[in-house]
Write a protein that binds this ligand. Structure first.
Ligand SMILES: NC(=O)c1ccc[n+]([C@@H]2O[C@H](COP(=O)([O-])OP(=O)(O)OC[C@H]3O[C@@H](n4cnc5c(N)ncnc54)[C@H](O)[C@@H]3O)[C@@H](O)[C@H]2O)c1
Ligand SMILES: N[C@@H](CC=O)C(=O)O
Length: 479
């Protein structure tokens, strides 16, 4: 890729606006500046809603077939620029290029899925208790949607929100994370190339998230907030949504338990754990966070795991064969170091060395911790980094109790060869997603989302489009 700097505008009402006030975008692997974007504020936030509200009048009246065609064209435009988008994502987010390519394909699978689902927004007729009445139920788009997304999946989180919103007939204002604005703007370029009309998608970049998002929260024309990010910010926005009674989808933090039963296929369990734990250097909401291994298989499991972890290649994501990139920033590195130090001080055993010699960027090497207990920080708070804390258990009911003893309820994993145990665990774990012998459950056709303080609503699948639809009941009296 030749271009070394990406300097872009924000996309509002089908126009690219460049502002004098700009913010730089940094490569977390090299700390080099790779570009800049406008540092927008309240004025641009309002302009975006004006544009989305104006566009809603016509977009909401298009046929499902027209919307499906445009979403399909958006999908094709992204496909045509897949390598470029993946490269920019690696530069601004740090994940290895192969993973970034995978994320662009994953993001695009939501656009494809909702291009198809647009045509399946079915209503209902319900038998009436009165001879002269007919009950008809229709689905209508909710209106302007505000989407706020995190840095860990710069393409997928935007696509997982905008695709169902557009398919339903909604228009959108979106704010990507300040660390990763370029990928979102490239997706908007693709939407423009695809012919999605002006104002249907508006992207506002800012370093002042509160200022921009508050404008949207206070504007009664914004009918829905779809947010992916941390639980504390999600709770704050939930409170703010109350004033205008906005609909809410919240995809928040996790603290996933990963249970390896005494009858697990250990090779599959280690493979699944590496996939779940170390994707995006451990920075995913569904990453295995607390690993519970039955004491009967602890030794062989630990041996396989430590060997597999030691073999993971860490480095700058654009270099060949790299499997683990940097963390997003210095704060993330400090949080992981604190969890490791806390665990060691409380008796955990460290396998490997997290420090990468000579590193310029925000690197930490993957490590395993054993002899871990539940009161350690790494078992209490979301890690978002490449450490695998292993604890043991001896009783199925007890490990379910420990796995559920958290306010989080996003994803959980169970590795077992017993069908009975698979059902027993998955039915008793208080989680929105359970991977049984599967370390990678995220797909566009399945409902993604959490229970408890991990969120509200579901993204993906046929359920995902319902989040952007109002139910209207028409009572028809035959006269
Ligand atoms: N459940 C899911 O699907 C899912 C997916 C990805 C990430 N996550 C979660 O996201 C978190 C990591 O992302 P993060 O660190 O970017 O989270 P974050 O909550 O700090 O930021 C998320 C978004 O909210 C914005 N934001 C921050 N403060 C705000 C405020 N006061 N008002 C309005 N907007 C504000 C940010 O700019 C960003 O765009 C983790 O907890 C992770 O589990 C959840
Ligand atoms: N890992 C999630 C996103 C949250 O981080 C996914 O698989 O979509």
């Amino acid at each position: 890729m030749k271009q070394q700097e990406w300097n872009k505008g924000i996309y509002v009402n089908g126009t690219w606006l460049t502002l004098d006030k700009r913010m730089i975008v940094q490569n977390p692997a090299t700390l080099a500046t790779i570009g800049s974007v406008p540092d927008a504020g309240a004025e641009e936030a309002k302009q975006a809603v004006d544009a989305a509200q104006a566009a809603f009048a016509s977009w909401s009246k298009t046929t499902a077939y027209e919307r499906a065609t445009l979403l399909e064209r958006w999908h094709q435009a992204i496909e045509a620029r897949l390598d470029e988008i993946a490269y920019v994502m690696t530069m601004e987010q740090g994940k290895p290029l192969a993973e970034a390519r995978g994320e662009v394909q994953y993001a695009n699978s939501y656009i494809k899925w909702y291009a198809e689902e647009a045509k399946r927004i079915y209503g209902e007729t319900i038998p009436s208790s009165a001879v002269s009445k007919r009950i008809i139920v229709q689905k209508q788009p909710v209106g302007v949607v505000a989407a706020v997304t995190p840095w860990n999946f710069p393409a997928a989180m935007i696509a997982r929100k905008l695709a169902p919103a557009l398919a339903a007939g909604c228009t959108a204002v979106a704010k990507p994370a300040e660390q990763t604005p370029l990928t979102a703007l490239l997706l908007a370029e693709c939407a423009e190339e695809a012919g999605i009309p002006a104002g249907v998608i508006n992207i506002v970049t800012t370093s002042r998230a509160g200022e921009v998002v508050d404008v949207w929260m206070e504007d009664s024309r914004v009918k829905k907030l779809t947010f992916t990010g941390s639980t504390p910010v999600g709770k704050l926005l939930m409170k703010k949504a109350a004033d205008t009674v906005k609909k809410l989808s919240l995809e928040l933090g996790g603290l996933a338990p990963f249970i390896v039963a005494e009858d697990a296929n250990l090779e599959a369990a280690v493979k699944g754990l590496i996939q779940s734990k170390f994707r995006n250097a451990g920075q995913t909401c569904i990453c295995a966070n607390r690993i519970y291994v039955h004491e009967a298989v602890k030794e062989p499991f630990l041996q396989r795991l430590t060997e597999a972890v030691a073999a993971l290649r860490v480095g700058v994501g654009t270099e060949d064969h790299v499997e683990i990139g940097p963390l997003i920033d210095d704060r993330a590195v400090k949080k992981v170091r604190q969890q490791v130090d806390d665990a060691i001080s409380k008796g955990a055993v460290l396998h490997g060395n997290p420090e990468l010699e000579g590193a310029v960027g925000y690197f930490l090497k993957p490590v395993v911790l054993s002899e871990v207990t539940d009161e350690m920080l790494c078992m209490q708070e979301e890690t978002f980094g490449p450490i695998a804390p292993v604890s043991t258990y001896s009783d199925d009911a007890d490990v379910i109790r420990r796995a559920n003893a958290t306010p989080y309820g996003l994803a959980a994993y169970v590795f077992t060869q017993s069908l009975t145990r698979a059902f027993m665990f998955s039915e008793n774990l208080e989680y929105g997603i359970v991977g049984v012998n599967d370390g990678g459950p995220s797909v566009a056709q399945a409902p993604f989302g959490g229970m408890k303080e991990s969120g509200l609503g579901r993204e993906g699948s046929h359920q995902g489009i319902e989040e952007y639809l109002e139910v209207k009941y028409i009572s028809l009296q035959l006269v």
